[in-house]
Ligand binder design. Structure first.
Ligand code: PLP
Length: 405
C-alpha cells in the first residue's frame, strides 16, 4: 500500500476518504435462528393464533428467566407500562415520578392513565434516576415511582425502596433495557413491585412487537390480566373450558393481548438468552478496554453491585475534546458506516412536555449529558471485527476532529 493510500485511510468519509464500512453496522439488531422460524411456523399450524397455550408457556418461561412468580404478556413494552400503572390504580390527580433520561413511553404511560408524570434528574455518572431527586419531588399526590434500568444497568434499588417505603409509594421499574440484569445477585423482575419488559427487535429478545410485566403480587397480576383483555373477568379459552358464553366487563380495560405466533418466537428466543447476555457482556468489556486508548470518549460509570444486561453501550463524547459538537460527531460516524444513535433526548425537553410546563434547566444533569451522549453499536450478533470497525472510526474521528485539551 502506498503512503498516499494510508493517508486516505485516515481521511474521514465526509472529507472524501473511504468509509470504514460500506454496509452500516446497526446499533442494535435481532438474531433470528432456523429454530425461531420453525417455532413460528408450528404456531401458525396450531389451533390458537392468540390467547392460547403459547401465551401461558411464554409467561412461564419469562417467570423462570426473571425469577418473578407472575408474568403477564402484553402487546408491547408501552402497553406493559400502561397495564402496570392502570392495574395499580393510577388515575387523574395522581403523580408518578419518572427519570428524565428514558424513552418517552415511560412518561406517556402515566399520561394514558390520566396521571401526571413528574420528571426528575439522573446521577451524572450512571445517568440512572437520582434517589435524592426522587425524594425532593415527592408531593401529597405522589403515588409511585417508575425507575428505569437505563441501558441495562439496575438503579439503586436499596435507596429507592427506602424512600418509597417511607412515603407509602409503589416502586415500579421500566426494565425494557434490563432483561437478565441483576443487582446484588437478584434479577431484574424481582427488585420492584412490578417490572416491565419489551420485546422490540432492538431489545434482548424479539417478538416483533411484544412486552410483559413481571411481579410477585398475585392481585396485581390478576388485575393486569383483566386490563389486557377489555376488563373482562374471563378469557375466551376459560369460557370454552367452563362451557359458558357468559363474560362480564368487571373493570376498565383494553385489548393489549400478545399473539401465540409472537409468543412462539419469544419462547424460542428466550432459550438463547444466556448466550445473548454473555456475548453482550464480552463485547462491553472489550469496548471498555479498547476505549481507554481513545481520548475524549468516556463510558458511563458502572455500579459495583450490578450485573449489567448491556442493551445499550452509551459513551460521552467529552465536551472540550472535540472541535465539533456531538450532532456532527454522530453524523461523521454514520458516514463511516457505524450506526450510532443517541439515547435519549431528556423527556422534559420534548415539545409536548414543554407545552405542558416542563422547562429547560429542570434536569441539568440529564441536559448536560445529552449534549455528549452517543450510543455505540452493541448487539449479540456483533463480531469482534464489527467492534474493531467502531474503534477504527473513532480513531479517525480523533485524528480529524479531536482537540488536545
Ligand atoms: C423500548 C422501550 C419502551 C417501549 O417498548 P415498546 O415495546 O417499543 O413499546 C419503553 N421504555 C423503554 C425504556 C424502552 O427502551
Amino acid at each position: 500500500m502506498s503512503g498516499g493510500d494510508e493517508r486516505d485511510g485516515a481521511k474521514l468519509a465526509v472529507d472524501g476518504g473511504a468509509p470504514v464500512r460500506r454496509d452500516r453496522l446497526p446499533y442494535g439488531r435481532q438474531q433470528i435462528s432456523e429454530e425461531d422460524v420453525a417455532a413460528v411456523v408450528s404456531a401458525l399450524r396450531g389451533d390458537w393464533l392468540t390467547t392460547g397455550p403459547l401465551v401461558e408457556a411464554f409467561e412461564r418461561a419469562l417467570a423462570a428467566a426473571t425469577g418473578a412468580p407472575e408474568v403477564v404478556a402484553v402487546s408491547n413494552g408501552t402497553t406493559a407500562l400502561h397495564t402496570m400503572l392502570a392495574a395499580a390504580g393510577v388515575g387523574p390527580g395522581d403523580e408518578v415520578i419518572v427519570p428524565a433520561m428514558t424513552f418517552v413511553a415511560t412518561a406517556n404511560a402515566v399520561l394514558y392513565c390520566g396521571g401526571k408524570p413528574v420528571i426528575v434528574d439522573v446521577d451524572p455518572g450512571t445517568l440512572l434516576i437520582d434517589p435524592a431527586a426522587v425524594a425532593a419531588a415527592i408531593s401529597p399526590r405522589t403515588v409511585a415511582v417508575v425507575a428505569v434500568d437505563y441501558g441495562g444497568q439496575p438503579v439503586d434499588y436499596d435507596a429507592l425502596r427506602a424512600i418509597c417505603d417511607q412515603h407509602g409509594l409503589r416502586l415500579f421499574t421500566d426494565g425494557c433495557h434490563a432483561l437478565g440484569a441483576t443487582s446484588r445477585g437478584r434479577p431484574v423482575g424481582t427488585l420492584a413491585d412490578a417490572t416491565t419488559l419489551s420485546f422490540h427487535p432492538v431489545k434482548h429478545i424479539a417478538t416483533g412487537e411484544g412486552g410483559a410485566i413481571a411481579t410477585a403480587d398475585p392481585a396485581l397480576a390478576a388485575r393486569m390480566r383483566r386490563v389486557r383483555n377489555h376488563g373482562l373477568n374471563q378469557t375466551a379459552a376459560e369460557r370454552e373450558k367452563a362451557g359458558t358464553f357468559r363474560y362480564e366487563m368487571a373493570e376498565w380495560g383494553h385489548n393489549f393481548r400478545l399473539t401465540d405466533i409472537q409468543c412462539a418466537l419469544g419462547i424460542s428466543q428466550l432459550r438463547r438468552l444466556d448466550e445473548n447476555l454473555a456475548r453482550r457482556r464480552a463485547l462491553a468489556a472489550r469496548y471498555a478496554g479498547l476505549l481507554s486508548a481513545v481520548p475524549g470518549v468516556e463510558p458511563l460509570v458502572l455500579r459495583p453491585e450490578v450485573e449489567h444486561a448491556w442493551h445499550l453501550y452509551v459513551v460521552r463524547m467529552k465536551r472540550g475534546a472535540w472541535s465539533v459538537p456531538r450532532e456532527e460527531l454522530h453524523r461523521l460516524m454514520l458516514a463511516e458506516g457505524i450506526g450510532v444513535n443517541v439515547h435519549y433526548l431528556p423527556v422534559h425537553l420534548h415539545a409536548y412536555h414543554q407545552a405542558q410546563g416542563a422547562f429547560t434547566g429542570q434536569c441539568p444533569v440529564a441536559e448536560a449529558a445529552y449534549a455528549e451522549l452517543l450510543t455505540l453499536p452493541l448487539h449479540h450478533g456483533m463480531s469482534d471485527e464489527d467492534q474493531d470497525d467502531v474503534l477504527r472510526a473513532l480513531h479517525k474521528l480523533v485524528a480529524a476532529r479531536g482537540q488536545a485539551e
